[in-house]
Design a protein around this ligand. Structure first.
Ligand code: ADP
Ligand code: MG
Length: 222
């Protein structure tokens, strides 16, 4: 049966209510799916590099490596018929602005490539990614994933998810001038506090910095 790798990126893992909502929506959209393994982990550098090796040399590669290591990620494997493409559909288009408003990225993505989650893009890559995470990050596919995911939902579902639109707005304002970066970063930091209840100031600052960092990529491209 086809498998695919799902990684909730640090924006969705740190914003605990987003993580809970994402898992809820996946379970309700893909009710037949089997979940294998569940892992919260700070991605080791060599796993990040191998996972994203396909993007090495692209202008967003170093930002991407930094972003995926800003805070923990949540990893699980989904198994089911056509699961690779069905999960991509639920996730939505790569860029938040292009993702349909009822997709996970459209609903919870912050800006550009700060986009909630990774999901394998085709079955052959899914196989490689599942092996990588199994072998090098100790994702245990013999563990049932559903039970810990339901426990995660129960634990975090009440965490507020209120700042998405405001952070998007701040990013637009920042992109309108590309100055006063520190002020914008502080504003984002403040908005993240309630959404990320178990993270320290330094972690939130790293996330806020990575959010603006994605905007900087657009500026630096021109
Ligand atoms: P997907 O995650 O939808 O499979 P890709 O594999 O093309 O997308 O890219 C991997 C990740 O790199 C994206 O999810 C996004 O976080 C980031 N990314 C890709 N392209 C860009 C870009 N042009 N600007 C900023 N970030 C990008
Ligand atoms: Mg991809």
């Amino acid at each position: 049966m086809e498998q695919t790798l799902l990684i909730l990126k640090p924006d969705a893992t740190m914003r605990r209510g987003v993580g809970a909502a994402v898992f809820e929506q996946i379970l309700s959209s893909l009710p037949d799916v089997k979940l294998k393994g569940f892992l919260e982990i700070a991605v080791p550098k060599q796993v990040a590099e191998k996972h994203y090796a396909i993007h090495e040399g692209k202008f967003f590669y170093s930002w991407l490596l930094e972003f995926i290591q800003v805070g923990n990620v949540l990893a699980t494997v989904l198994e089911g018929q056509d699961i690779v493409s069905r999960l991509r559909e639920v996730l939505g288009a790569t860029f938040v602005e292009k993702a349909s408003p009822d997709s996970l990225r459209g609903k919870y993505g912050i800006v550009g490539g700060v986009n909630v989650a990774h999901a394998s893009d085709e079955p052959a890559n899914a196989k490689k990614e599942v092996s990588l995470w199994q072998e090098e990050a100790n994702l245990d596919l013999f563990q049932d994933g559903l039970e810990p995911i339901n426990a995660y939902i129960t634990k975090w579902a009440e965490t507020p998810v209120v700042a998405t639109e405001q952070i998007r707005q701040i990013c637009q304002e920042y992109a309108g001038e590309y100055t006063n970066r520190e002020t914008y970063q502080n504003e984002i930091f403040e908005l993240l506090i309630d959404e990320c209840p178990d993270w320290c100031e330094q972690d939130l600052n790293r996330l806020a910095n990575a959010i603006l960092g994605n905007m900087d990529l657009d500026r630096d491209k021109d």
